[in-house]
Design a protein around this ligand. Sequence first.
Ligand code: PMP
Length: 434
Amino acid sequence: MTPNIDKNQQLFDRARALIPGGVNSPVRAFRAVGGTPRFVQRAQGAYFWDANGQKFIDYIGSWGPMILGHGHPRVLEAVQQAVLEGFSYGAPTEREIELAEEIARHVPSVEMVRLVSSGTEAAMSAIRLARGATGRSRIIKFEGCYHGHADALLVKAGSGLATFGHPTSAGVPPEVVQHTMVLEYNNIQQLEEAFATHGKELACVIIEAIAGNMNFVRASVPFMKRCRELCTQHGALLVFDEVMTGFRVALGGAQSVYARQIPGFAPDMTVMGKVIGGGMPLAAFGGPRALMERLAPLGPVYQAGTLSGNPVATACGLATLKEIARPEFFPALAKKTQSLVEGLKSAASEAGLPFAADCEGGMFGFFLLPQLPQNYPAVMKSDAPKFGKLFHGLLDRGVYIAPALYEAGFVSWAHTDADIAQTLQAAREVFKAL
Ligand code: PMP
């Protein structure tokens, strides 16, 4: 398939001369799996084409946003219209209200919304608001959850875990993460201990309830229930990072999945991104009115953005949300995703490969492990060299999944039964060769 001149390689060489690692976000560089990143030329529906003109079935979908597939006609139309009306004004627009209304309509815990441009910004601002509202500094995050790259959130677990963490990145002074406690995901005992010692100092607990940054790990229902109880008891806010899961696992996000299992369940604040922008730079955070009214210009917690609520991005997001709110949308998407996951499981079992997989709505994950992991150390027991072979085997057969074993996968409305059948055929061949 690869032509004599590999244009991806040529572009990668050019890119590396100017852009660190040749990419503008690290995971795109294929560092975990080796080989040359595919440079995308164009995308349509469930596919994209690389610089060599090779076609791929896309299970990344821009890491989540492209829930309708690429170039959905009604989204294109909305974006084209918006572009003609102007790119950015730095003054409010009606469309920002419409998008906020649409978000609040589907996520009952969100009464007010502030729009921003990236998930990083949204999570960082939500933490600032939690701290500003409670007058407390300490926060809890969980190992394996990613909340963007704001300094205070770039923390790994300290030894023994239930201690304050260490910076994961150079350039983050230890003082900046001294208030960030990193606990093991799904570990109720550790959570209880942390609240027993620091409960009155905690501004918030931030969590990916279905953690897509360790592939696909669900917070157990008892764990989530305890999180909610402890936050309420100690006056800390429970912040759901739904940048990935929001409008992706269900219209109401991961919180609606937990609310089905825990009566009356709701987080205090929600961080969103990806799908709400439909592929444009747009993210948000929201919560109850009394909390959100502490933001500038009404309250003392400062937050702002030149491009926040950008008119082209809001047009794209709004058109996307309107499409996915159709009643038939999520059941059909979930069915497609399930058929992919079930097919992968049986292909693995035919090949005698240790394999576990899970999905919710249009998000899925699989592991080269005999059972679903419950936390980050268990996820990282996956066989990385074997995953690398699997990744390249699929890629060679025109199937593009995330190039790292700790990343989730995404199915879109545009994926057809034939795409899924082709993916499963590729998987059967690759699994056998493993
Ligand atoms: N939170 C979660 C759960 C995410 O998955 C991501 C990005 N993958 C972010 C926050 C950060 O979002 P962004 O990349 O838009 O800054």
